[in-house]
Each structure stands twice: as C-alpha cells, then as structure tokens.
Write a protein that binds this ligand. Sequence first.
Ligand code: UD1
Length: 358
Amino acid sequence: MNRKIVTIVGARPQFIKAACVSRAIAKSDQIEEVLVHTGQHYDYNMSQVFFNQLGLAEPKYNLEVGSGAHGKQTGLMMERIEATLLQEKPDMVMVYGDTNSTLAGALAAKKLNISLIHVEAGVRSFNRRMPEEINRVVVDNISDILFCPSDLAVFNLSKEGVKSGVHDVGDVMYDSIRYNIKKAKQQSDVLDRMGLQSYSYYMATIHRPENTDDRVKLQNIFDALGKLDKTVIIPMHPRTLDVVEEYGIETNMDNTIFDEPLDYYDTLVLLLNAKMVFTDSGGMQKEAYYLKTNCVTLRDETEWRGTVALGRNILVGADSEKIISACEKFKSEITSDYSATPYGTGNASEKIIDILVN
Ligand code: UD1
C-alpha cells in the first residue's frame, strides 16, 4: 500500500534539497508525495526559478505566509500547515534543514501525532543566538526519523540523547551538485554575461542576521571585500539589500559587482570558476568544497566543521583583517586537497528512500 508523505518547503535551499529527494520518491512506487510551500520565500528569483530549473513539481499548496517577525511568521505557518495536514492526512511529514518553515512544519506535524522525518539532522553550530540553531535543536528533538549528513551530526544527536531513528546518509546537497553540474555548465551563460574569466574573480554572499543586523560588522565585511585584489561578484539577498540601504552602508568599491540573487545553475558555475568564495551561508560552504573552491566563512563558527578541519574553509567572522589574511593564505597555497568526502558520496536521496520504504 502507498504511504503518503507531505513535504514542507519554504526557503531557497529547501527547494534544492527537496528536488533530489522528490526525484527519488518519484522512482519508488510505494510513496506518494504532496508538496507544501509555506511561502517564506516568494520573490521569483528566491523561489519559482528553482522549481523551473530543478524540475521540482509545483506545490499542491502554497500557504503564502511571506515575511515577518520570527514568531508571527512561524505561527502563521503552523496554523496553515495544520489545516493542510488535517485535510491531507499523511502518514509522514518531511522537513529539511533549519528554517522557520522547518520548525513550523515539525511542530504542526507532531502536535497531530504524525511521524516526522528531518533531513539534515544533527547539524550544530553551538551558537544559540542563531535562529537556525534553535530550529535545528527543537526539530531534531521531536523527529522520529533523522537523516544526518555526517557521522559528526550523528554524534551531536547522541550527545543530546537523540539515538533512535538516526541514519547517516550523507548530504542531499552533494546529490544535487552531482546531478546538476553538467547541465549547469551547459546551460548557464553567467561568465559571458558578466564578462568573467575562470579564477579571475571572487564570489561573495552575505545574508545571516548576525552580519546583516549589525551595521559595524556589515561595513567591515564590505570594506574588506573592497580591498581584495580581484573583482568580487556579490549576488545580494533581498534582506541584505534592504539593510545596506537602511544603514547607509558604503558598498561603492571599485572592484565589487552587485547582482540579483542568482538561479541555481548560475550559482554553481560562478562558484566552480571563482578563485575563492567569501560567505556566511551554510549551504555554500559545502557547495564550495564539492566544487573544489576554497572558502572563507564570514562567521565565528560553523556547523560544517569538516570543511574547516580539512583546511578548505577558514572562519574569519566579520573581521576585515582576518578576511584579507585568509585570502592571502589561500593564495599562497601551492595545492589544495579535496579528496576527502566528509558528507557522504552523493547518493543520500536514494538511501533516504530505501530506508523509508523498508
Ligand atoms: C532564511 C532562513 C535561513 C536560510 C535562508 C536562505 C530562517 C530563520 N532563516 O533566511 O536559514 O539560510 O532563508 O535564503 O528561516 N525576502 C524577500 N523576498 C523573498 C524572501 C525574503 O524580499 O522571497 C526578504 C524580506 O525582506 C524578508 C527577509 O528577506 O523580511 C527575511 O526573509 P526570511 O525568509 O524570513 O529569512 P531569510 O533571511 O531569507
């Protein structure tokens, strides 16, 4: 008999992760999937573009929650997800990552006694000032089946007493890169469009509240990027753009080029060909590793410590001098070793479906 899964997504990285797992679900004749979009991300280039490019089915429900303060946004999502779950009566609910959509989906499901599956479980930055860390801890502690990207994530869960239903399957984002990189290279014209040569530029993304909500930190980051020795391409998250305008942050450096948020293929091609990436994104630290691009992380800690331990990621916070010296350190390297596989082998989606079916 078919089992019904409701998958809840809402933010950019979740569309990418769900596309891989949905493809694996579609190959199995034992699981029926209903896709619910909370509407947390709603701009075309933060949402629909990923559905179009990754072949993710249109959601059966779009709850159109939109932006708002954390409590309001999460509460509204819970109310609408609960109504949807009562209507769909699924056997399981699947949530991804650490956003407010993840938290709302998890709480709504468990309050209705529906089995909860968390993909990207056990990931910890150990910084509870991050909204995402709170979401991770809560969701993991109420999940029934937890799919971890690494043995470190399994260990983190065991320290919190979460031991049953835990599986180390690797990272679904690695599946996504393996599946999409060839198509991205064929279809993206981002280098020509921007007039860029491979390795002649750096890429930067900034959107974490710890950087964007602090005027001094944000200015430090832009000041450092402005002093780098190559062009820096910066696709701007809408919230960062708002804050830059609101705070009057000086971003008019000679070497920086700002752009809209990019689609997935452009992002992969830009990252693959960048000399280095400067980012506070969680996903990009891993994507940089998979594409063998050195990463300077604009945070004091990371949940992806494997990349740091392997020497391919340097944590610098929002300190201008550290940003510049990390760049110099990578530039002085003769070779970089990317042979280790800290987050599995790129078949996490199949493993997830095998476990769910069996
Ligand atoms: C969220 C996630 C974060 C994830 C990121 C990926 C939480 C707590 N954070 O952060 O973990 O890494 O998504 O992008 O869930 N906005 C738009 N258009 C959109 C979406 C957002 O303009 O399509 C702007 C709005 O000004 C909004 C702000 O971004 O107020 C914040 O959006 P929100 O979805 O709450 O969080 P993110 O910062 O995107």
